[in-house]
Design a binder for this molecule. Structure first.
Ligand code: BTN
Length: 318
């Protein structure tokens, strides 16, 4: 009901009487009053003037589930949202929920994380109300060894969402870093629960720096605010990101990995570069020539031999 009240208030740049709103939404005046109080408690500035009615003055910058789902128009992504002011990590809860059988498309969202984690045991700095920190449960019918393609699919979705909403151009550093002007703006962590030949579920974790101030970011990182010079609506970006994730995931299910790989190539910062990939205790050096159908990076070593790497940390040499 809250989203309906907000939708109706949003339509008018003027006062709407309590009577008008209650009649339009088919609720009692008392019910309306209760919802308005709850919205105010959540940070919505709603002015009430006797004989005139209610007027929506401003909305808080929060990722409330009813805001996320408002006009989202996805089939399954975000149909169920677990939302928290803070969590240790959205990944932990999403993995637990996955084990409890939560459906594909279920989203865990937090306004901040106390132990946000990145790849290779790194931390993900997750200050309150500044970024988007989400974990999405998916149940793909793929073999475990093919799962890296989901990371690539997510990276493509982030780039497309930023292009569609803000017109911003981003690039992907294999496998999972989204960069703007060579600085990291988003990261993806994919975790999986699987058997030898079957994926039970996958959790895609995405961290996106949105309204972080430059002074709190490390030199290699950036935020949408820093790049655009203004505050950005997190809800607007998040909704488009969820739409792109659903569209690209469906594309992957319907057509296989080829169209996703094609899109990934257009955003790639890595291909064509000389790279050093650190995996486990060794490193491989050479030219990044392509991505294979599972999302592995193909490197041409100086000997001419092509070697595939499925995971690792890439350093661009030139
Ligand atoms: C990386 O670049 O190393 C991946 C970063 C992934 C961070 C996100 S934030 C939401 C989700 N919860 C976590 O603890 N990590 C991922």
């Amino acid at each position: 009901m809250k989203e309906k009240i907000l939708d109706y208030l949003n339509k008018k740049d003027d006062y709407l009487s309590g009577d008008q709103i209650s009649k339009h939404l088919g609720i009692s005046r008392q019910g309306l009053w209760k919802h308005i109080q709850e919205l105010k408690d959540s940070g919505y500035e709603i002015v009430a003037v006797p004989h005139l009615g209610y007027r929506l003055q401003s909305c808080p910058d929060r990722l409330f589930p009813f805001e996320v789902t408002r006009n989202l128009n996805t089939k399954f992504t975000g149909k169920k949202i677990h939302y928290f002011d803070y969590l240790a990590s959205t990944m932990d809860l999403a993995m637990q929920l996955g084990m409890q059988g939560e459906p594909a498309g279920t989203l865990v969202l937090a306004e901040s994380q106390t132990k946000g984690r990145g790849r290779l045991g790194r931390n993900w700095f997750s200050p309150k109300y500044k970024g988007i920190y989400l974990s999405l449960i998916l149940r793909p019918k793929i073999l475990p060894q093919v799962s890296p393609i989901l990371t690539l699919m997510s990276a493509v979705s982030i780039c497309e969402a930023l292009k569609n909403t803000l017109g911003m151009e981003t690039q992907i550093k294999w496998p999972n870093d989204v960069l703007m002007h060579n600085k990291k703006i988003a990261g993806i962590l994919t975790e999986m629960n699987s058997e030898v030949d079957k994926v039970n579920f996958v959790v895609i974790g995405i961290g996106l720096n949105v309204n972080n101030d430059k002074k709190y970011l490390i030199a290699q990182a950036t935020s949408l605010k820093e790049q655009s010079g203004q505050r950005v609506s997190r809800i607007f970006i998040l909704q488009e990101l969820l739409r792109r994730l659903e569209a690209n995931y469906s594309l992957l299910e319907d057509k296989g990995s080829a169209p996703i790989i094609d899109k990934w190539r257009t955003f790639s910062l890595t291909l064509g570069k000389r790279v050093k990939v650190y995996c486990q205790d060794k490193h491989i050096e050479g030219s990044a020539v392509d991505i294979d159908k599972d999302g592995g990076l193909l490197i041409r070593k100086d000997s001419g031999l092509i070697q595939k790497v499925s995971s690792g940390d890439v350093m661009h040499c030139r």
